[in-house]
Design a protein around this ligand. Structure first.
Ligand SMILES: Cc1ncc(COP(=O)(O)O)c(C=O)c1O
Length: 433
């Protein structure tokens, strides 16, 4: 867990209370919950979507681009240019620390690009594969948990087995991963959200990234799916840089190990942004070669529109500072309610992320499903318990992902007050027995 907060603002942890005190506490929580349910709220803390106010920040895009040709003279309206618009690739290449020939810009979804990469690996094999993955007896992926639910459903869809490792504040447990991959050739890859991870907020340190880049692997084509969806999504003035996984892999003599993904989904428009893939130049050639079997060229007008909108890498950073102004108060509200209502009671731990879109809440073991059910019955939608684990199986039934970006600030506070009431009732029921 990351930056866990559990400050002592309450006098006595629940576990230390006498049966009579617990009776009283349970009765209090029941009546608080009844009052909550009677309000007939309809609130949603499920998916990490940008708020309307954030989308509005990019509305100048609706007037762009002001011309059809990009700076290389290419007519963006026509077919071709499979790698994507050069101007935008230069901007995001700078942000990701790669030259333009090591980055591709495509459609609005980086998740779809992840699916494409897995599909190509499955059907054809990668730059360092001996055969297509489909020809392997078994394919296994390492999944740091808690993690991004859609990574896990996608992996499962391929029939890829999943083995979990813990996610820590400085990234996944690299020693556990190194031990697994050293001897098991069926382990072909791993997922990682390196910066402000979904949902823990963890930031993978350069030291952990170096271990992942350099560890010996039984599979020659072990692939790190480095999903940097939140690379520039800082919630504080500190702009923590991501580890340079492509450089670290090259340095370690495994230049093709990492495939990097990013997108503007939570920078401009989630439904009309641009997805990126970066890696060694061989990886990019491999990707574009397979892509070209079914595509003639991406939406380069949208690429030019984005390049004009940002102007430069600094333009992206400046734009993200405006997002921060919208998001930081909502994340602060989450912390305030959690600390004020749950602090010191010993019934929950939570992350205090410095970026990204989520707060990771761990409640008493065995109560997460109950909390989500109570919340639902009171009109507050929470992500289903267990969602951040493969097959939705949280072995301790304690993890809840909170996504405060979309509701307006007052609703975030109201929803969090409700969540706290549900956490307390579920804990009281559990401890009361
Ligand atoms: C870690 C992570 N990766 C990828 C995505 C989706 O990215 P895109 O919109 O570019 O497909 C999300 C969206 O929530 C995410 O949290």
């Amino acid at each position: 867990m990351v930056a866990v907060t559990d400050q002592s603002t309450h006098p006595q942890p629940l576990a230390d209370r006498s049966p009579a005190e617990l009776d009283t506490f349970l009765a209090e929580q029941r009546s608080a919950y009844e009052a909550l349910a009677a309000r007939g709220l309809t609130l949603d803390l499920t998916r990490g979507k940008p708020a309307t106010e954030q989308l509005d920040l990019a509305d100048r895009l609706l007037q762009l681009p002001g011309r059809a040709t990009d700076s290389s003279g290419a007519d963006t309206r026509n077919y071709g240019g499979l790698h994507g618009g050069a101007d935008l690739r230069a901007i995001f290449g700078e942000l990701l620390g790669v030259p333009t020939n090591q980055i591709v810009a495509q459609g609005n979804s980086s998740l779809m690009m992840m699916r494409e990469v897995l599909s190509y690996l499955w059907l054809k094999g990668g730059v360092t594969s001996e055969r297509p993955w489909a020809a392997e007896e078994r394919v296994t992926f390492i999944c740091p948990v808690p993690g991004y639910d859609r990574h896990f459903t996608l992996t499962d869809w391929f029939g890829i087995e999943m083995v979990t490792v813990p996610m820590h504040a400085d990234g996944p447990d690299a020693d556990a991963i190194a031990e697994l991959v050293a001897t098991d050739a069926s382990i072909k890859g791993m997922w990682l959200v390196p910066t402000y991870a979904n949902p823990t907020g963890s930031v993978t340190s350069t030291e952990v990234a170096r271990k992942l880049a350099s560890m010996p692997t039984a599979a020659p084509d072990f692939t790190i799916m480095w999903d940097n969806a939140y690379a520039w999504h800082h919630l504080t003035a500190t702009e923590t840089p991501s580890a340079d996984i492509i450089g670290l892999c090259a340095e370690a003599g495994n230049p093709h190990r990492a495939v990097v993904f990013a997108s503007t989904s939570k920078i401009t428009y989630a439904g009309a942004g641009v997805g990126f893939l970066a890696g060694s130049s061989e990886t990019v050639d491999w990707y574009v070669d397979h892509l070209g079997q079914g595509a003639i060229g991406p939406d380069k007008v949208n690429h030019l529109r984005h390049a004009e909108f940002f102007g430069s890498a600094q333009g992206v950073r400046d734009h993200m500072a405006r997002h921060r102004e919208v998001l930081a108060p909502k994340f602060a509200a989450v912390q305030e309610v959690l600390t004020g209502r749950l602090g010191g009671l010993g019934v929950a731990e939570w992350s205090e992320p410095a970026g990204g879109y989520f707060v990771n809440l761990d409640v008493l073991d065995g109560t997460a499903s109950r909390v989500v059910q109570l919340a639902k019955e009171a009109g507050i939608a929470l992500t289903p318990a267990g969602s951040s684990f493969p097959h939705r199986d949280d072995p301790r039934d304690r993890n809840i992902r909170l996504a405060p970006s979309f509701p307006v600030l007052d609703e975030v506070t109201e929803a969090m007050e409700a969540v706290a009431t549900c956490v307390l009732l579920a804990a009281a029921e559990k401890l009361h027995g």
